[in-house]
Design a protein around this ligand. Structure first.
Ligand code: SAM
Ligand code: FES
Length: 345
């Protein structure tokens, strides 16, 4: 398997059969080899710097009904909230004081945030924090809407494709949603000029190795600036409540593969990874990730943005989360930096 890892490092791509062989025959030894190579590549581009993004979960209203998601439209147990523009700006102010230079505004697909309201928010943040990047993660919109966000000053957009396999996509989403539209959104975002992130859940229900290979091939084709992957974790109020969570082992292996495929990619070590294992986020960094996203949402709403059960970091103030992350990163020989943390060519 080491020859396939060497080939991936050199050529940054494998064939479908080679990915299959690498995934199906992986073991602890090949994983360690992969992680060492991924770290070397990552150190070459980003050194030991860890980029911090301040995550602001500003609405849990959603018009979609993704089967896996704890804030889906039909999730009866979800207590809904939205932050006002003032609350959002307060989050940015405390985040800025803590050293954040990227704010990630994430939420369900909430029609309350019309183009006008959203562009007002983006402009207000950029007016006060001109040295910060604004990342949006608010789902599928028309090309015109994305253009309006961009013109208002938004810099980056995260839209996980969730799975690049059509049949699998249909098993995770209601009829009204389609992989084709998701992909079109990603291509539109790229064309407009956003730094774009796609991604998927590891171990989502009905996912096979072939689905994962489809994901890797799609990621290579899209060539995004960011890739968000984390384990699927069941939520008690969804169709998938009895399904098993994805594993840390496979998530880490895929982080390593993605770093070798896209050496400059901005790759978060996710909260979901930290939820399934106490050292999940550290291990993610050691497998090739270089981004962490501490929560800046007001503590009063944290427990309401429950995408999956037992989500960590729902009780601590932002300052505590930052200190905790900094300690964790220093503990493994890395350091968080005060920087926008843009994609490096
Ligand atoms: N509405 C936006 C969107 O659809 O891109 C952003 C919010 S959505 C909650 C953010 C991500 O959470 C999704 O892309 C999905 O991959 C992840 N997610 C949702 N439910 C999850 C679960 N049960 N386990 C792990 N990740 C989950
Ligand atoms: Fe809309 Fe999860 S179903 S954010």
């Amino acid at each position: 398997m080491k020859n396939l890892i060497d080939k991936l490092k050199k050529e940054k791509i494998l064939s479908r059969e080679e990915y299959k062989a690498l995934l199906e025959n992986r073991n602890d030894e090949t994983a360690e080899y992969l992680f060492a190579e991924a770290r070397e590549v990552r150190h070459g581009v980003y050194g030991h710097d860890i980029y911090m993004r301040g995550l602001i979960e500003f609405t849990n209203y959603c018009k979609n009904d993704c089967y896996y998601c704890g804030i889906r439209k039909s999730s009866a147990s979800s207590q809904r909230y939205r932050l006002t523009q003032e609350q959002l700006l307060d989050c940015c102010a405390s985040g800025y004081a803590l050293g954040f230079r990227t704010f990630v505004l994430q939420g369900g697909e909430d029609p309350y945030y019309t183009d006008e309201r959203m562009t007002d928010i983006i402009r207000a943040i950029k007016a006060q924090y001109a040295d910060c990047a604004v990342t949006l993660s608010i789902g599928e919109k028309s090309a015109e809407t994305y253009q309006a966000y961009f013109d208002a000053g938004a810099d980056r957009y995260l839209l996980r494709h969730e799975t690049a396999n059509n049949a699998h996509y249909k098993k995770l989403h209601p009829e009204a949603m389609s992989l084709a539209n998701r992909k079109e959104c990603l291509y539109n975002l790229k064309k407009i000029g956003f730094q774009v992130g796609c991604g998927f859940m590891v171990g989502s229900p009905h996912q096979t190795t072939d689905c994962i290979i489809d994901d890797l091939l799609f990621i290579k084709e899209l060539d995004p600036h960011m890739v968000g992957i984390g384990p699927f974790i069941p939520h008690h109020d969804t169709l998938f409540k009895a399904e098993a969570a994805g594993t840390m082992e496979l998530t880490l292996f895929l982080l390593g593969i993605i770093r070798l495929m896209l050496p400059s990619v901005l790759l978060p070590s996710t909260t979901a990874l930290g939820t399934i294992h106490p050292q999940g986020r550290e291990k993610g960094i050691l497998a090739g990730a270089n981004v962490v996203m501490p929560n800046l949402s007001p503590v009063g709403v944290r427990k309401k943005y429950m995408l999956y059960d037992n989500k960590i970091c729902t009780g601590d103030e932002a300052a505590e989360c930052v200190k905790c992350i900094q300690r964790r990163m220093e503990g493994i020989g890395y350091h968080t930096v005060v920087s926008r943390g843009d994609y490096k060519l």
